[in-house]
Write a protein that binds this ligand. Structure first.
Ligand SMILES: C[S@@+](CC[C@H](N)C(=O)[O-])C[C@H]1O[C@@H](n2cnc3c(N)ncnc32)[C@H](O)[C@@H]1O
Length: 486
């Protein structure tokens, strides 16, 4: 791709900022209804809102977010650059300019970035092509919000696509290496890095090949984890070309050699659940020999038909003539592998330096309130604390998290009361709690040692202090892992 170089990306970004072409600025321009529709990739309300509006912010939004053709001279005026200088970002015909890629503001917290990527099939109404460069989507933001962000020396983004994870990493890493198999992705990632004035070390190649012999403090990947798509339907962004969930297996198995002591790896993954297997069978086998701490969270399971439909729709293939044949061919592959379900989730690995690493596999389908990165970090810290000095935990002042509520349920006319604790943020865990646990929770004040709360609960519940102290450790551990107590 011929994308603008030199100082043009920085000039362009300055101009876009000056126009208030930001997530918030566009939301204000469009109003809540059209902005809400655009979040769902529906452009009609936004098009209706901006019709005839030739203000600079409107022109830029119409061209680069809605994909409309706009007057070339007006766009030049808005951007302060000649259309020719935009090179392959746009095509011009008869004085009308159309953006050949989406160039959208993207931001979390107080960041405002610009990200160029290919138009989605929802925008074009056509199936995406094999080398489609994904924009910032639900999976991208999920991974970004789950990623732990200590200040690190070296970070790696595998399968960088438009570079969104790498932009995040650049905020807290001295050096960011970002890889992809696709030249088109790397071209767009380089342009996005220049737009956002960050430095990325971009390398072409598969998985860990481009970083042979190197180590990192943090590795992230939102890889092409989709399972079973036949060769004829391959897309770079979703299909690896490896059998089954082989790509995620290779990544998890391979990354151990690339993590520094204390280093982290976080990735989104899919795994096959074959007839007769428990859901964690595949991820368990991937982490078995790497010597890494592992927390594998399954967020969702789809049956093969729902899965195939999801991904055919994602690539805009549901309207194509070959839909039935594509569906059939994909189901044939999954059937041949005896796949009954496909799990989706988040894998977090850490080189903890322990002989017997912590490894846990949990299904957590509850709605998360992002960001959950603090919950991830806490889970690992809790493992360390309990491994170092389990009973010492009782000497610590422990407090209840600020987002914790207690709920009691009783069936109408029934007498049994079920007590639940619920967190309102982060991973938003919910679970039953018994009277002993509840008494402990109520008495934890964050000042006195936790043991005092446990001994008070022992009196209330009529159990011996020894029994109470022994029973409290697993309870406190679970409460701490799930963020109910801090
Ligand atoms: C789902 S997209 C993720 C893009 C971006 N990182 C994000 O979070 O939105 C997966 C990316 O992996 C790249 N990819 C595909 N096969 C790969 C491989 N074997 N090694 C490295 N990257 C690969 C694709 O080109 C694509 O850019």
């Amino acid at each position: 791709m011929r994308l603008p170089g030199g100082d043009l990306p920085a000039r362009l970004a300055d101009r876009l900022h000056a126009l208030d072409y930001t997530v918030e600025g566009v939301r204000l321009l469009l109003g809540p209804v059209a902005a809400g529709a655009l979040d769902r990739e529906e452009v009609v309300p936004a098009t209706r809102t901006l019709i005839g509006d030739e203000s600079p912010l409107s022109l830029v939004s119409r061209a680069f977010m809605l994909g409309e053709g706009v007057d070339a001279r007006l766009l030049e005026g808005a951007l302060g650059v000649a259309v020719d200088e935009l090179r392959d970002l746009v095509v011009e015909a008869d004085g009308v300019v159309r953006a050949s890629v989406e160039l959208a503001p993207y931001g979390v917290d107080d960041h405002n970035w610009y990200v160029a990527s290919d138009w989605s099939s929802r925008r074009t109404g056509r199936p995406t092509r094999t080398e489609h460069v994904l924009g910032v989507g639900g999976a991208s933001t999920m991974l970004a919000q789950c990623t732990v962000r200590p200040d690190v020396d070296r970070a790696l983004d595998i399968g960088t696509g438009c570079g969104v994870q790498a932009l995040h990493l650049a905020g807290h890493s001295r050096q960011v290496v970002a890889t992809d198999v696709s030249r088109r992705c790397l071209d767009l990632a380089a342009f996005n890095a220049a737009l956002n004035q960050v430095t990325l070390d971009l390398r072409q190649g598969s998985l860990l090949d481009p970083v042979a012999g190197e180590q990192f403090d943090l590795v992230v990947s939102n890889p092409p984890f989709v399972i079973g798509s036949p060769e004829s339907q391959r897309h770079d962004y979703r299909d690896s070309g490896l059998d089954g969930d082989g790509l995620c297996a290779a990544l998890v198995r391979g990354v151990a050699d690339h993590l520094t002591e204390g280093g982290w790896c976080q990735l989104l993954a899919n795994w096959e659940i074959a007839d007769g297997d428990d859901w964690a069978q595949h991820p368990r086998s991937w982490v078995a020999d790497g010597g890494l701490d592992a927390w594998v969270i399954q967020r969702d399971v789809q049956d093969p038909a729902a899965y195939v439909e999801t991904w055919l729709r994602d690539a805009g293939q549901q309207t194509s003539d070959g839909y039935r044949a594509a569906y059939d061919a994909w189901m044939t592959v999954l059937d041949s592998r005896r796949v009954l379900g496909i799990g989706f989730g988040l894998i977090t690995l850490r080189r903890g330096g322990r002989e017997a690493p912590f490894q846990r596999f949990q299904h957590a389908a509850q709605e998360w309130v992002q960001p959950v990165a603090p919950d991830v970090e806490r889970w690992f810290a809790v493992q360390d604390v309990f491994a170092a000095d389990p009973s010492g935990v009782l000497l610590r002042p422990i407090r209840v998290g600020p987002d914790v509520v207690v709920e009691q349920h009783r069936e109408v006319g029934g007498s049994e009361v079920v007590t639940l604790i619920r967190r309102a943020t982060g991973m938003a865990w919910t679970g039953p709690i018994d009277p002993f646990g509840l008494d402990v929770l109520d008495a934890l004040d964050g000042v006195r040692p936790a043991a005092e709360a446990v001994l008070g609960a022992a009196v209330n519940q009529g159990v011996t202090p020894e029994e109470a102290l022994a029973a409290s450790l697993p309870v406190l551990r679970q409460l701490a892992e799930e963020g109910f107590v801090l």
